[in-house]
Write a protein that binds this ligand. Sequence first.
Ligand code: GDP
Length: 137
Amino acid sequence: MERTLSIIKPDGVKRGLIGEVVRMLEQNNLEIVAMKMLHMTKQQAEGFYAVHRERPFFQSLTDFMSSGPAIVMVLQGENVIARYRELMGATNYKEAAEGTIRKAFATDIEQNVVHGSDAPETAAFEISYFFSQLEIL
Ligand code: GDP
């Protein structure tokens, strides 16, 4: 059993895509074991994306991630990190495969609707960034 952190980013919430994204998770048997809405401060977004601190888009990314409410979820299942990343599609929506969330909905390399952890270590950090053990089924 593996867990991963999923975020419906502020563009997805603003554009009314919460239901569409959750429907795709459910249809692909990605089990949601925790979920809440929050509006990150700039400082919280910087902490979440600390690994990207040196990237040229760090300021813009953390401005975007703190620009409005987001949905954070924990998904659980066998091989869920890779399965969810496959469903998200490539970071750049122009390269995302048919049937992926980003292919269906993303409009921009930065405003790409969803986030997903990329490895077990990052998943553990990211889940604990937003959830206590008591909030996860
Ligand atoms: P992910 O794992 O597919 O989300 O991609 P990364 O970990 O490489 O990047 C994290 C997030 O930074 C992405 O989801 C985008 O929102 C943003 N991002 C990545 N590459 C770029 C870029 O070249 N330009 C800008 N503006 N944002 C980017």
